[in-house]
Ligand binder design. Structure first.
Ligand SMILES: [Zn+2]
Length: 434
C-alpha cells in the first residue's frame, strides 16, 4: 500500500479502516465473522466500528504456540462537527465543533480544512432499516485567526485559543443560503446531498481534517510532512508487515488497529473494550480443530491465559524526537533523534507497558534485524503521555513493549518525521512476523 496515498486517504478513523480493509481483501485475507470456523494457515480480518484486526492463523497449534501481536490506533486528534452545529454570524454560516483528543490548537487555524465521516440514513421506500455511508466532502472550510492588528501583543504573549469561542468553522457565505431555509438544519441539508436520492439522514459522525496532501521535505527529501502521521505511520508499517508475512508454523500473527486511543480507549471498539479478547478466544478455539483425531484430554491445550503470558505485543505509536530549538525539554541521555531509528519508550510510572523482559526481547529483535534503537524517557519534572500498550497488557496479560518512530509536532494538524525511520519500522514488524 503506497504510504502517501494511505496518509491522504485515511482522513477519519472510518477511512483508515476502509483503506486497511481493502488492502487486506486485495491480498486474500477473508472476512472473519466471529463464531464461524477458522482454518489453519489462513489470513483473516474482522472489523468493529472504526477498529480492525487482521491475523494469520498458524499452520498447526502446538503446546508452544504463541501470539505475536502488533498494536496501533486508527484515530487522531481532530475537531468533530457537533450534533446541532449551525450558526450564523457576520454574514457567514458557521459550524460549531467539539474537540476530540488533544490537538495542538493553534495549528488548526488558517488551514484548508476538509470534512468527512460516516452518515446513518434510511431509504425513502423502506424508512426503517439503518444504512451507513462513508463520505468525504469536496469543499474546503476554514477557521481564520484574528489579524495581528486586532490582537495586539499576540506575538509577545502567544496566541491563546479558547476552543468554545475560536473553533467555529466558516463553511459558507450566508448570502448563498436561502432565507426560507431552516437555519438550524443547513449543514444536515448539505450532508443529505451525499446520500442516494430520496434518502433521509438520521445521524452523522463528521470531522474536519487537514486537506493538504503529504509531502517530502528537507534538502535531501529525508523528511515526511503530513497530517495524521500519529498514528497512520504505525498502521501502515503493521499493515505492510502482516500482508507480506507468511503463516507461521505454530504461532499466530495478529495486527490490531484500534479506534479511540486519543480519548482513552474505553469504548466498544477501543483497546480497553473486549474486541481483541473475543478475537483471540476465537483463534484459540482453532487449536481443537487442529487435532481432530485426538481425544479431548490428550489434546495439547494450553489455556488462553498461559498462551498470552508467553506471547509478545509491540505497541506501536509515535515517539517524541528531540526538537532542535528546545533541547531543554528532553532528558539529555534519552532524547531520540529524527532519522536514527526506532524508539523504545519506557516509564517508571508505567505510562508505557515496556518492562524488563519485553524490552529485552525488543532489543534482541532489533539486533537480529539490524535496526538501530534509541531509548526515550521523559524528564522527571514533566508528565508522560501514554498508548494502548498498558491497557492491552494489563487486560490480557500479554508482555508488551511500547515503541515508535521519532517525530516532531506531535498532535499538530501537520506533523513531521524521517522517511528512514518508517522504513526501519516496517523492517522491525516484518521481523516480528517472520
Ligand atoms: Zn498516537
Amino acid at each position: 500500500m503506497e504510504f502517501f496515498e494511505f496518509l491522504n486517504t485515511a482522513v477519519t478513523p472510518y477511512h483508515t479502516v476502509d483503506a486497511l480493509k481493502s488492502y487486506f481483501r486485495e491480498n486474500s485475507f477473508a472476512n472473519f465473522d466471529c463464531g464461524s470456523a477458522l482454518e489453519p494457515g489462513k489470513a483473516y480480518f474482522v472489523c468493529r466500528g472504526a477498529s480492525i484486526i487482521a491475523f494469520r492463523t498458524p499452520k498447526a497449534w502446538s503446546e508452544a504456540s504463541k501470539f505475536r501481536i502488533a498494536l496501533a490506533h486508527t484515530d487522531f486528534p481532530t475537531l468533530k462537527i457537533s450534533p446541532n452545529p449551525d450558526g450564523m454570524n457576520a454574514g457567514v454560516c458557521t459550524l460549531h465543533t467539539e474537540v476530540y483528543g488533544s490537538p495542538l490548537y493553534t495549528s488548526w487555524l488558517d488551514r484548508d480544512l476538509g470534512y468527512a465521516g460516516m452518515l446513518a440514513y434510511v431509504d425513502a421506500a423502506d424508512g426503517q432499516t439503518l444504512k451507513t455511508k462513508l463520505f468525504r466532502g469536496e469543499k474546503l472550510f476554514r477557521i481564520p485567526q484574528l489579524a495581528v492588528h486586532l490582537n495586539r501583543g499576540v506575538n509577545q504573549d502567544g496566541l491563546k485559543v479558547n476552543p468554545q469561542i475560536d473553533f467555529n468553522a466558516l463553511w459558507a457565505g450566508a448570502s448563498n443560503c436561502s432565507a426560507s431555509e431552516n437555519r438550524k438544519n443547513l449543514f444536515v441539508k448539505a450532508l443529505e446531498k451525499e446520500l442516494p436520492a430520496e434518502a433521509r439522514l438520521i445521524d452523522f459522525d463528521v470531522q474536519l481534517f487537514d486537506a493538504q496532501p503529504a509531502n517530502r521535505g528537507g534538502f535531501n527529501d529525508e523528511w515526511i510532512y503530513s497530517g495524521r502521521l500519529d498514528n497512520l505511520s504505525s498502521c501502515h508499517a503493521i499493515a505492510e508487515a502482516i500482508v507480506g508475512a507468511k503463516s507461521a508454523e505454530n504461532d499466530c500473527l495478529v495486527a490490531c488497529f484500534f479506534n479511540n486511543e486519543e480519548v482513552g480507549s474505553t469504548t466498544r471498539e477501543g483497546a480497553a473494550g473486549n474486541f481483541l479478547k473475543s478475537v483471540l478466544d476465537s483463534i484459540a478455539s482453532l487449536q481443537n480443530d487442529c487435532h481432530p483425531g485426538v481425544r479431548e484430554h490428550d489434546r495439547a491445550q494450553a489455556p488462553l491465559s498461559s498462551t498470552l503470558a508467553e506471547s509478545i505485543a509491540l505497541s506501536i505509536d509515535m515517539a517524541h524526537a528531540e526538537h532542535p530549538n528546545h533541547t531543554e525539554k528532553y532528558e539529555p541521555n534519552h532524547a531520540p533523534l529524527l532519522g536514527k531509528g526506532i524508539v523504545l519508550k519506557t516509564n517508571a510510572q508505567k505510562r508505557y507497558a515496556s518492562d524488563l523482559m519485553s524490552s529485552a526481547q525488543l532489543r534482541l529483535l532489533c539486533e537480529k534485524a539490524g535496526i538501530p534503537l534509541q531509548v526515550f524517557i521523559t524528564r522527571n519534572d514533566m508528565p508522560c503521555g501514554s498508548t494502548v500498550g498498558p491497557t492491552v497488557s494489563a487486560n490480557l496479560g500479554i508482555p508488551t513493549v511500547d515503541i515508535g518512530e521519532p517525530m516532531l509536532s506531535m498532535h499538530s494538524i501537520r506533523e513531521m518525521m524521517a522517511a528512514s525511520d518508517h522504513a526501519d519500522m516496517i523492517k522491525l514488524v516484518e521481523a516480528l512476523f517472520c
